[in-house]
Design a protein. Sequence first.
Length: 236
Amino acid sequence: MVPRFFFPMTSSETREFSEYQSAGDDTPLSLVSALRRGSDRAWSQLAQIWGRTIYQFCKTRNLKHEDCEEIVQAVLVKMYRYISQFERDGKQMRLRHWAFTIVRREIATHCDRYLGKPGSPGGEDYQRIMREIQSDDDVEESGTAFRNQLVSNILESIRSDFDPKVWQAFELFSVQEIDGPTVAKQLDMNPNAVRQAAHRVRRRLKNELEGVLNARSPDDASGFRESAAIEETLEN
């Protein structure tokens, strides 16, 4: 009989970050390193998860579907082309900061190019978007929104790799910060199993988010609980 607190690891979970690793190296590499090495899995993640995040960010600017798709492609191409030149430069820069900067510039470039076409409809909308994206007051708020959406998409992308009860234990114990015995009683688990389940998810998230988030960056100090809990894993 399988104990009620035992959850076998799924094939996806055991695979984890293996494709991000160098041959013979048990230490997971950051997404940035994997992208530089040309990892197919890393670029697939960038196109799927980050592409979706960029698209959603563009939609919040009320850009049309075709505009959003064009900007997504432009951003991904630039990231692919210049990833080898990406450096933290001692400023604790993270991939999302770099990507966010590219996104804003591409939105401005796209709007400017569209406005340059004689007789283009919707000129006022593009001018408004241009003013917003070029405003210093907009940077912090939109940067936090971009980060939150990115974390949400990453969470969603790995959720199916875990047993539903393992994921629920993680959310209750690590995100909502409910004490172990209470979570154990609620989920009919052993308290130690709750901690182990939360650790497994946090370990996976730490791998997925290494080099992406920066817990000490000023615009990371928002009240978004999931992001705060996840960023904390990078410090532990």
